[in-house]
Design a binder for this molecule. Structure first.
Ligand code: PFF
Length: 467
């Protein structure tokens, strides 16, 4: 790759691109965020709100970002600059900053998942490094307060991510996703079948699928909207330039309209399946469905501890699944960070310096991963912005502010100011039967949703208690 090759890279084909884009979307947001936010926001009611958002805003934003990337053939910052003659460069900068803030803490979470996978493998062999039946809450606390262990797992996870991304768009990211994503789907199905056939699983299934809208009462629906909206942005990887970057590697004959449908659809199906993998088991073992972020690393480990001899086996499958899902997402974050710099090297005639650039930025952002690790979820370092543990601080900066602002400005610009620009690009390679729906949502619906989501995020970021 370091050969003096002045060509931008591209996906080898539609399947590879789709696997990579779905790989970016499917991650901790689906396997962790979705089930616990659903648990905390009324189960079925949250699911309905989420689906509405995916159809009217997610679908539209995915196509918007992909079309922007492909139309300009550029990564995040230059894509916004070129498409707007400089007026929207600041949106590109916001979008490009978000992955910088996300990469470190996301790899920390990936590192935790890796540790759990390793520990559950240990349990299969009765090794000393297994979970060994230790209560999930205690095990988790022991992990995050052990700064050395947490840093080591975070670094391992980061190095694997950096290595794959350094191999290239089609030679690294796409190749890995082509195998990992179908594998992940099979693993998930195995776990769903196990979970839904446990005695007492019915209550968990009913919790997810039985219509009950009591949480919408009063101003409750705004809470649910903000929670589902924030979740959707993160889960579909919107507002942080990833899909702009991935779109810029699409060939001119690749169908954007179809991808716009396939990516959020696959992401949502996997989120629902993750709910069906987790909730029935949580109910079957009499645990709390709204146990917040602890659901994945405390409650579920307790579920596996309670499964007897089969526990470590299912624990290994589950945490392996989480690790792979996190890896395919973290790769896209690092690609979004590096691509603008790779492009700038190509533009200056220095050739494609992917390897060097990916390692440099991977190592720089590793500092953030280590800081989050040694903070021990707020145990050791002074709070960020005076209020948050470092993980939450970085997350809120990216997810709470930069991403929704970038998405809001994007739909306003392309819906109201540079009208028709993206539609033209999409039409190049698609029959684009949904053009009227797309244009309507881009102009009227997506901005309203984005605005409310932004308000909801600002409310929780600054603790304003508006809603
Ligand atoms: N969409 C991924 C998930 O659901 O976990 C997370 C993610 C990927 C977030 C890429 C941010 C990002 F830039």
């Amino acid at each position: 790759m370091d050969k003096k090759n002045n060509n931008r890279e591209s996906w080898s084909g539609t399947f590879g691109f789709l696997m990579a884009a779905v790989g970016s979307a499917v991650g901790l947001g689906n396997l962790w965020g979705f089930p616990y936010k659903m648990g905390a926001n009324g189960g079925f009611a949250f699911l309905v709100m989420y689906l509405i958002l995916v159809v009217f805003a997610g679908y539209v934003l995915v196509m918007t970002e992909l079309a922007l990337g492909r139309a300009t053939g550029k990564s995040i910052i230059p894509a916004y600059r070129v498409a707007s003659n400089g007026k929207m460069t600041f949106v590109g900068i916001f979008s490009a900053l978000a992955p910088f803030f996300i990469f470190g803490f996301y790899c920390y979470l990936g590192g935790i998942a890796t540790n759990y996978a390793v520990a559950n493998i240990g349990d299969i062999f009765g090794a000393a490094w297994g979970v060994n039946g230790v209560d999930g809450t205690t095990y988790f606390a022991d992990f995050f307060t052990n700064q050395v262990k947490a840093s080591i797992f975070t670094i391992i996870f980061m190095v694997v991510t950096i290595f794959i991304v350094s191999l290239g768009v089609s030679g690294g990211i796409e190749k890995f996703n082509r195998v990992a994503m179908p594998g992940l789907f099979i693993l998930l199905l195995i776990i769903v079948v196990r979970s839904c056939t446990l005695t007492g699983a019915g209550e968990g299934i009913a919790f997810m699928l039985k219509p009950d809208f009591t949480v919408f009462q009063g101003s409750g629906w705004i809470h649910v909207l903000a929670a589902a909206g924030g979740q959707m942005f993160f889960s579909v990887s919107l507002g942080m330039g990833i899909l702009v970057t991935y779109g810029s590697y699409m060939k001119k004959d690749a169908d954007i309209a179809l991808s716009g449908l396939a990516i959020p659809l696959a992401d949502t199906i996997i989120a629902v399946l993750a709910g069906l993998a987790i909730m029935p088991a949580v109910f079957a073992f009499g645990m709390e469905p709204s146990a917040g972020p602890g659901l994945l690393f405390m409650t579920l480990q307790n579920v596996f501890n309670s499964m007897g001899a089969a526990g470590p086996f299912f624990g290994t499958l589950f945490y392996l699944l989480v690790t792979i899902a996190a890896l395919t997402s973290s790769m896209s974050v690092l690609e979004a960070i590096s691509s603008s710099f790779i492009d700038s090297g190509i533009d200056k005639g220095k050739g494609n310096q992917r390897k060097k650039i990916v390692w440099i930025f991977g190592l720089i952002t590793m500092i953030e991963g280590i800081l989050v690790s040694i903070d021990g979820l707020g145990t050791y370092l002074p709070p960020l912005f005076g209020r948050f543990c470092w993980l939450d601080g970085f997350d809120l900066l990216a997810e709470g502010l930069l991403m929704p602002i970038a998405a809001f400005c994007t739909v306003i610009y392309f819906g109201w100011i540079k009208k028709g620009f993206l539609q033209e690009e999409i039409r190049l390679s698609s029959t684009f039967k949904s053009e009227k729906f797309y244009s309507f949502c881009l102009k009227y619906i997506a901005p309203v949703f984005c605005f409310f989501i932004l308000l909801g995020q600002i409310d929780s970021f600054f603790g304003l208690g508006w809603f």
